[in-house]
Design a protein around this ligand. Structure first.
Ligand code: XMP
Length: 513
């Protein structure tokens, strides 16, 4: 286990894993633990520091999450953020109240930079606020070290006891100097050396997986995407041939993709695991015949996927563990059950009903996407896979508008491959976050040679985004678009028109269906 560890005590805030991730960016291992963890258990983990997260409650409600006040005298540095800051104030005898003016969003803060927590932060800086309560009065022994126009205590500290509190969110990028604040806490105040690297994660995760799995058998659905691939390699490193990966090729992948997955994970590849490729194209095409409604396509693909996977799993017999490449953003997404379904997102369509297993293993559950990519590199996965752009579970079926047929898929695959090739050639694959071709239902008239054509139109989509919740269309150079257009029309039979999509999200979505 890593020697230096920061524990993030989870009071139900939105950004809790983000705090852990920012600490890991300071090269210190961090883990999120529930606030219900008893103090004795926390201390047994020997943390170098503890961070209290934000949360949706008011500390003065008795039903709100609280913590053992003895934590403040345990001799371990504590940093409270937002609700966590208010909780420290409340526990130490200060006053927390509903603020006369709530603060949301970017706010100017005036900081006392002789504070060890705020060292190297500008005296006037922008932070991200999100609170309706505030610390009306700091507890005795605490010095107020930052204020805003509406918040008399935006940061406070008892430096002698190494207890710090900030009303703003240093973990959010909108807080301009948030990383400095967290680094001051972790590396300065807690005294961590910062020796943690991704290879330490590999060692830790492999050791944990080995302990959990023992000599049990593990089954993993491998899609060839970054997450399931990294999870599979990590597990193969931990338990070798106790792991069986089932790769369902639904015939909706991009050009050559199925063979690429097989080349990496199959018997010719470098990893020790059992690999089963199921070529199930015909089953999927059969079930998709005549279906034009996007959500229905998704549902059919999800269901069929499970069915094929179950059939394969049955052949293997009972397994002990089902492995999933769940990463942290998936955890948040599934937690936010109340948000409106714009599209049902599913890669493997949920858990199979008829596969017997004891437990689920999710080795990437606490990582963000870019951390998973770094881990993949650390594990020696090829760059083409590690830096792969996102690809939806239902695959090309939601990029062929209307009914999906083998013929339409073949056209789309070629057009998409050309677009991707030219983007890579121009170096734009490094900057565009997602780009692909779509086969529209539009047929239009053209001239080819001396003849009239009446063929299909391909739309090109390329977006810039950090979270895929909003996205801007990429301003691609005309020359690149020109080359792609000429090549598609010349090389792909059945296409006589190429369109470039200049709609952002919102109002459009990234995918067409
Ligand atoms: P939208 O189209 O919702 O896409 O703006 C946002 C991101 O989600 C991906 N996406 C999906 N991923 N199953 C998936 O696994 C799906 O059904 C699905 N639909 C959209 C999309 O590719 C983009 O990255």
């Amino acid at each position: 286990m890593p020697q230096e560890k920061i524990l993030v005590l989870d009071f139900g805030g939105q950004y809790n894993q983000l705090i852990a991730r920012r600490v890991r960016e300071c090269h210190v291992y961090a883990e999120v633990v529930p606030y219900t963890t008893p103090l004795s258990a926390l201390l047994a983990m020997e943390p170098a520091g503890i961070i209290f997260t934000g949360g949706p409650n008011s500390v003065y409600d008795d039903a709100s999450p609280h913590y053992d006040p003895a934590i403040l005298t345990a001799g371990i540095p504590v940093l409270g953020i937002c609700y966590g800051a208010q909780l420290i104030a409340h526990m130490a005898g200060g006053r927390v109240e509903s603020a006369p003016v709530s603060e949301y969003g970017r706010t100017t803060v005036f900081a006392e930079t002789d504070s060890r927590l705020l060292r190297h932060v500008h005296a006037q800086t922008t932070v991200w606020m999100s609170h309706t309560d505030y610390i009306a009065q700091a507890p005795e022994g605490f010095r107020v070290t930052a204020r805003t126009e509406n918040c008399p205590c935006a940061a406070m500290e008892n430096d002698a006891q190494r207890i710090y509190a900030v009303q703003f969110h240093p973990e959010v990028l909108h807080t301009q100097e948030g990383k400095i604040v967290l680094r001051n806490f972790v590396r300065g105040i807690c005294g961590c050396r910062g020796s943690w690297r991704m290879d330490s994660f590999v060692q830790t995760a492999v050791a944990q997986m080995r302990e959990k799995i023992g000599d049990g058998r593990v089954l993993c659905a491998l899609s060839g995407g970054v997450d399931s691939s990294v999870a599979a390699v990590l597990l193969s490193k931990a338990v070798g041939r106790q792991l069986t990966c089932v790769f369902v090729d639904h015939g909706l992948l991009r050009k050559n993709e199925g063979d690429e997955v097989e080349a990496i994970f199959g018997p010719q590849g470098p990893y020790e695991l059992n690999f089963i490729r199921v070529n199930a194209q015909e089953r999927f095409y059969g079930r998709l015949a005549g279906v034009t409604e996007p959500e229905k396509k998704r549902k059919i693909i999800g269901e069929e996927f499970i069915r094929v996977f179950e059939e394969e799993a049955k052949k293997i017999g009972a397994v002990d563990f089902l492995a999933q490449g769940t990463i942290y953003p998936d955890v948040i997404e599934s937690g936010l059950g109340a948000s409106a379904t714009i599209k049902s997102h599913h890669n493997v369509g949920g858990l199979p009903d008829h596969v017997e297993f004891r437990e689920i293993v999710e080795p990437l559950r606490m990582l963000f996407k870019d951390e998973v990519r770094r881990l993949g590199r650390e594990l020696g996965l090829p760059e083409s896979l590690v830096s792969r752009q996102p690809f939806p579970g239902p695959g090309l079926a939601i990029r062929v508008i209307g009914e999906v047929t083998g013929e339409k898929l073949a056209i789309l695959r070629e057009a998409d491959a050309i677009f991707r090739e030219e983007m890579a050639e121009a170096g734009l694959d490094k900057t565009a976050n997602q780009y692909f071709a779509v086969l529209t239902e539009l047929r239009s008239v053209g001239v080819m040679g001396d003849g009239r054509s009446y063929d299909r139109a391909v739309a090109l989509r390329s977006v810039q985004t950090s979270d895929f919740m909003t996205a801007d269309f990429s301003r691609l150079p005309w020359e690149v678009l020109d080359r792609v257009s000429v090549r598609i029309v010349n090389e792909v039979r059945g296409v006589n028109r190429v369109l470039y999509d200049i709609t952002s999200k919102p109002p459009a979505t990234v995918e067409y269906e």
